[in-house]
Design a protein around this ligand. Structure first.
Ligand code: AMP
Ligand code: ZN
Length: 430
């Protein structure tokens, strides 16, 4: 029933394992130029840790530290022992490079296989990975997990919907990995081709790499007649396989034998009370080539209280609320794009894509939301459309407390990127 023994550890076993692995991690990390210097400055050794709480005595590692250490100042072993390098998808500034030894890759693939097994995939499944390969970890990361589990694995890569659809049908694909914005698009393409997405043999989808809402999950499950499981990871912590939903679909189990997770107030760095929203901070507990300690992910989530009915005792994190840097301040109000998505995707008239545009007319912030309307509704007369526009504006107002301008557009007209969706265009002067 379980993929490996670590999955069924009890809380006390998990915590004991974490403490010993954290000590090993500190000892290993000290060999890297970056942590060697940091630990020396702060007098940190494995003996600093008497309990897991002592981890707070170690300074955080920020994205900027990884950039400053580019390309190799975080390596804890000679570069000759590394067999792969990935880089994060950051669009601005210096990238961050993450190295893996052969052992590290094996460990990562096992974590990934554990996730896939947990949601019901088996060696008899045919699995199509529709995310970009290359430096992006959603390609090779998921790929090696699927192969490790024993699925026939199709490295389809991103984009080229016609070919994706042909592969899905010709090879009777039962499991897929896809990012949410692309899954929505693929449903449109299928419909245009006269194929009912529900007629495909796909039964399980791993969906992640970007934030999406419960409403979007519901839509995708309905559109494709498949189960959608949330998949969370980031390059700095390997990539996918960090936290994953079980079949209960109530939050993602974060694999605590592999990662030490904390949730802190993004402004003060202090731990938030259990169950409250904050920034996820993580430490690798198994990586040898390039350990990362107390990494500030910028991702906002919370620990879900209480045990999961599935029996696994690895704590669960809530669906990601987005990154702290995604938060928009409009007329002094804090808004996350996911609040907007939640409202839009709950409305049946709304199509699959939207875009938030911010402007400032010199005196005041303005927020505009462009919304694709489903083909069958766009044809309606203007009175109906005006009513819809008003309805969306007022629902959004209730959620975000400012009234946006709502612009209805025809379906499939908003820009789409091949990778992660860009949901916000901020034209305000800085
Ligand atoms: P990268 O390292 O470039 O693959 O990007 C990792 C980032 O993608 C994370 O830090 C999150 O911000 C985002 N991300 C990945 N998976 C999810 C998910 N399931 N839900 C929300 N955001 C996600
Ligand atoms: Zn569970």
């Amino acid at each position: 029933m379980h993929y490996d023994a670590a999955e069924t550890l009890s809380r006390s076993e998990i915590e004991a394992l974490q403490l010993s692995r954290l000590r090993d991690t500190l000892a290993r990390a000290a060999h890297s130029p970056f942590y060697g210097a940091l630990f020396a400055r702060h007098h940190i050794t494995p003996d600093t840790l008497h309990s897991l709480d002592d981890v707070r005595r170690i300074p955080f590692t920020a994205k900027q530290d990884l950039r400053d250490s580019y390309p190799d100042k975080l390596l804890a072993l000679p570069v000759g022992e590394m067999v792969r390098m990935h880089a994060s998808s950051g669009t601005t500034g210096t990238p961050t490079a993450i190295y893996h030894t052969r052992e590290d890759l094996d460990w990562w693939a096992s974590l990934m296989a554990r996730c896939m097994h947990m949601v019901g995939l088996r060696p008899t499944d045919v699995f199509q990975n529709m995310s970009g390969y290359g430096l992006f970890t959603g390609g090779l990361g998921i790929h090696y997990g699927a192969e490790k589990l024993g699925c026939l694995t199709i490295p389809a890569g991103a984009g080229n919907s016609q070919r994706q659809i042909k592969l899905l049908m010709d090879f009777k694909v039962t499991g897929i990995h896809i990012i949410p914005s692309y899954a929505m698009h693929l449903a449109n393409v299928l419909r245009e081709m006269g194929i009912d997405p529900r007629s495909l043999p796909v039964r399980i989808a791993l969906v992640g790499a970007e934030p999406y809402t419960e409403e979007t999950r519901g839509r995708l499950e309905e559109l494709f007649d498949m189960k959608v499981y949330n998949s969370y990871g980031l390059s700095e912590m390997n990539g996918p396989g960090v936290a994953f939903e079980c079949q209960e679909q109530r939050g993602m189990h974060l694999w605590e034998d592999a990662y030490l997770a904390e949730i802190v107030d993004p402004d003060t760095g202090e731990p938030v009370p259990d169950g409250e929203l904050g920034e996820l901070v993580m430490t690798t507990l198994g990586r040898r080539g390039m350990p990362v300690v107390r990494y500030r992910t910028r991702d906002m989530t919370r620990f879900l209280p209480g045990p999961c009915p599935c029996g696994r005792e690895h704590r669960r994190i809530d669906r990601l609320h987005g990154r702290c840097d995604d938060m928009m301040i409009v007329k002094g109000v804090n808004i996350y794009p996911m609040q907007i998505e939640r409202v839009l995707m709950a409305l049946p008239e709304v199509g699959q894509n939207y875009l938030i545009v911010l402007d400032n007319d010199g005196a005041m912030d303005r927020i505009k939301v462009q919304v694709e309307v489903r083909a069958e509704h766009f044809a309606e007369d203007t009175r109906v459309l005006t009513a819809l526009q008003k309805k969306i504006a007022s629902r959004l107002r209730d959620e975000i407390l400012v009234t946006p301008k709502v612009e209805l557009v025809e379906h499939n007209t908003l820009p789409r990127s091949e990778g992660k969706a860009k949901r916000v265009v901020d034209n305000r002067p800085r």
